[in-house]
Design a protein around this ligand. Structure first.
Ligand code: TYD
Length: 136
């Protein structure tokens, strides 16, 4: 799947004087079945996360609080997304190498995923990922 399949998705935002509310519905805002939710928090300044690709996993990445950068790479092209709004989600399709960095203090990165955690769905070695990409 090409990098052009990875897209920012604008989520509904109910704005009220009492505060804002955003919701995500399966089928409406994400095309995949949400099987897992995980989040990164207390990320020390200067830390970087990710550094891998998934074989089959679809994900939606949201900056629930604060901001960070997501670097995406499909083996041909690279793109950087700066996430800093809790009503914007970045859809990341399978077979995309990703790194997350530039976390602001107190930031929270929530990820909706199409499957449960499975180590055998990961490419953790960039050269191995590239070989698989070029064979595809
Ligand atoms: P990893 O996916 O490498 O983290 P990141 O991409 O955010 O840098 O996962 C870090 C560790 O956490 C690794 O030992 C696997 C474990 N883990 C789970 O047990 N379940 C999960 O849902 C995730 C995402 C990770």
């Amino acid at each position: 799947m090409p990098l052009s399949d990875c897209k920012l998705i604008s989520l509904p935002k109910i704005h009220e004087p009492r505060g804002n509310l955003t919701f995500i519905e399966g089928g409406a805002h994400v095309d995949f079945d949400i099987q897992r939710v995980y989040y990164l928090y207390d990320v020390p300044g200067g830390s970087s996360r990710g550094g891998h690709a998934h074989k089959a996993l679809h994900q939606l990445i949201i900056a629930m609080s604060g901001s960070f950068d997501v670097h995406l790479d499909d083996g041909h092209e690279k793109k950087i997304f700066h996430l800093n709004r809790s009503y914007m989600g970045l859809y990341v399709c399978p077979m995309i190498w990703r790194e997350l960095d530039n976390f602001s203090s107190g930031s929270v990165c929530m990820v909706l995923a199409s499957n449960k955690y499975a180590e055998d769905d990961y490419y953790r070695d960039y050269a191995e990922f590239m070989r698989a990409r070029w064979q595809a």
